[in-house]
Write a new protein. Structure first.
Length: 588
């Protein structure tokens, strides 16, 4: 019986020397890509006005541009924040599950006041340029900065007065999905029971965001929503704009796409047809191999949820000194990006001051109101009956890794190699597996990092090792056969930080943002929060609520802030119909 760790090869795309795009190798390949539907993205968020010291929360929905239904084509989405100079402040990766994702980001005091742009897209959408991309204005107010010139009115007009400073009217469509409340007036720290009812059966099925936030007169006079998005992006391209002579962004259908090259460090020439082993460290490690093409290019997809922001790449099939690089994805052309206008007026000063004070108090107690990160459960090959685990604290400690193998793990030993360095071999289990005798080396992993040169860890200090795990089956990694896997876990779990692989490189890799369960304030008989101030202006945030039959029930508590709060439901039915409506409650 044989198991496959990962076999990856180049399929039909040839890599150029450009940044993270591909040219298509044949007309047939191009025609296949041309038939894939283009996408469009909607981002619902807790803006449009956000202060330094606050989080902006968002939901991310990716649709087929052909039928406006959720798309499972791309497994990764991107959210970028761009300033008025058309410079990226950051770009976040968002894992998508059947077109749905969510996330947040903190607005630091380093970001100056101004009008910014939120961009939402997939890599596939980049083929059609900026017109295909979701765009929405975000107003950031940094009350701690001395320079507010970007938001100060030069004409002292009435952009910020009461009439124009309130949110635009949302089109009411509560005949499909509606809000149910027992009452509309509440006291401080009182529980609110909120129902979301589907009145139209399968016509109301859909995914919606729900938020309850304070109205404070700081909104611009245009507030985007699902309905305005449906109108503005109705006529986006339905297919990708592809040209064989140009560059193509591939859809990330199988996970996060990594593209790189392997070249001779001395001559700069491509090293073709050589295996590149990809290691992502961690207890739930990622290990795969890919073969370079005739231009020294390679690519692979990361389907798994990896733990660390590091990646180790090693060219294992060449004696040449290799230079390995990952290519960054080219940014969108923002030359035609337009920004809205927003100005701060004198009559807003009190509201700005009060909101700033509330934010400072909330941040002082942030540690007592933590969000929790949703844990994934990636498959661990050592959680099986075929594995053996040796916790070294259960044995007499020996000085080196090699001595530990000899004295404790007698089924794994160093073997001499007449043509090269000694290697570790794990003894075959002929009782369990019906296989022929072999002389294959083991796959050796230290904290999830593939160790190609087994000699390099012979004298590793064994006091740093927590445990050694073994699987005795045969494996294939790339084009090579291996006898078993050995996983060495250190106490600190950071072997990769000092690892300098032969013909390899350790690189930083920006992780997709984690999904979270957001903190929900509860007041009960324990009184644990009685003495803690509560200045939440966002009382409820549910990013991707799936509605089907019947009624969904939510509950939240009001805070110490009084005034009018708005309940906003925003999203789309499964048939692509936009739904946006609101109700108001008052806290006294």
């Amino acid at each position: 019986m044989k198991q496959i760790v990962k076999i990856l090869g180049l399929v039909c795309f040839v890599f150029t020397g450009s940044l993270a795009q591909q040219t298509v190798n044949s007309e047939l390949d191009l025609e296949v890509l041309k038939k894939l539907p283009q996408e469009k993205v909607y981002v619902s968020h807790t803006g449009p006005v956000v202060f330094s010291g606050e989080y902006l929360y968002f939901s991310f929905q990716c649709f087929s541009a052909q039928n406006s239904r959720l798309s499972s084509q791309s497994k990764l989405g991107y959210l970028a924040l761009v300033n008025g100079n058309k410079e990226y402040l950051f770009e976040q990766k968002i894992r998508l599950n059947d077109g749905l994702g969510q996330g947040d980001f903190f607005v630091s005091t380093e970001i100056p006041s101004g009008v910014y742009k939120l961009l939402g897209y997939t890599q596939w959408m980049k083929n059609n340029g900026l017109a295909q991309v979701f765009k929405d204005d975000l107003i950031i107010i940094n009350p701690y900065a001395a320079d507010q010139s970007l938001l100060l009115s030069k004409t002292q007009d009435k952009i910020g007065d009461k009439e124009k400073g309130t949110p635009s009217s949302l089109k009411m469509d509560s005949s499909v999905v509606g809000i149910i409340l027992k009452k509309f007036n509440y006291q401080k720290r009182e529980k609110v029971e909120l129902g979301l009812k589907n009145y139209k059966g399968n016509l109301g099925y859909g995914t919606y965001s729900i938020r309850v936030q304070k109205k404070d007169g700081l909104y611009p006079n245009k507030n985007s929503n699902a309905i305005s998005f449906a109108n503005d992006y109705l006529n986006v391209d339905k297919l990708a704009n592809l040209d064989r002579s140009g560059h193509i962004f591939l859809p990330e259908r199988d996970g996060e796409l990594l593209i790189g090259t392997v070249k001779d460090k001395i001559t700069g020439k491509p090293i073709s047809e050589t295996p590149v082993v990809v290691s992502l460290p961690g207890k739930q490690f990622v290990l795969k191999s890919v073969l370079t093409d005739f231009n020294g290019g390679f690519y692979t997809y990361l389907r798994e949820d990896y733990q660390t922001g590091s990646i180790v790449l090693q060219a294992t099939g060449t004696e040449k000194e290799a230079n390995i690089q990952l290519k960054p994805s080219r940014k969108l052309n923002l030359d035609n990006l337009e920004f809205g206008e927003y100005t701060i007026q004198k009559e807003m000063s009190e509201a700005i001051k009060l909101r700033s004070i509330h934010n400072q108090v909330e941040n002082q107690y942030f540690a007592m109101k933590p969000d929790s990160i949703l844990q994934t459960n990636p498959e661990n090959p050592f959680n099986s009956e075929n594995s053996m685990v040796f916790n070294l604290d259960d044995y007499t400690r020996f000085k080196t890794f090699k001595e530990t193998l000899v004295e404790i793990i007698n089924i794994a030993r160093y073997r001499p190699n007449p043509t090269g360095n000694d290697f570790i071999r794990i003894v075959q289990d002929f009782k369990r597996f019906n296989e022929e005798l072999n002389n294959f080396p083991a796959i050796v992993l230290f904290d999830g990092v593939f160790v190609s040169d087994h000699n390099s860890v012979k004298d590793y200090n064994a006091k740093n090792i927590k445990s050694i795990s073994l699987i005795r089956d045969q494996f294939r990694l790339g084009n090579e056969e291996y006898q078993g896997i050995m996983y060495v876990e250190t106490f600190d779990g950071d072997y990769f930080k000092d690892y300098r692989p032969p013909n390899g490189v350790l690189l930083d890799l920006k992780k997709p943002i984690p999904q979270k369960n957001y903190f929900s304030q509860v007041y009960d008989q324990t009184g644990s929060f009685d003495r803690i101030p509560d200045y939440r202006r966002l009382l409820l945030w549910k990013p991707n609520v799936v509605v089907d039959e019947g009624q969904l029930q939510f509950e939240f508590f009001t805070s110490d802030i009084t005034g009018e709060f708005e309940i906003i439901v925003d999203g789309f039915t499964t048939y692509g119909k936009p739904i946006s409506f609101s109700r108001s409650i008052t806290v006294e």
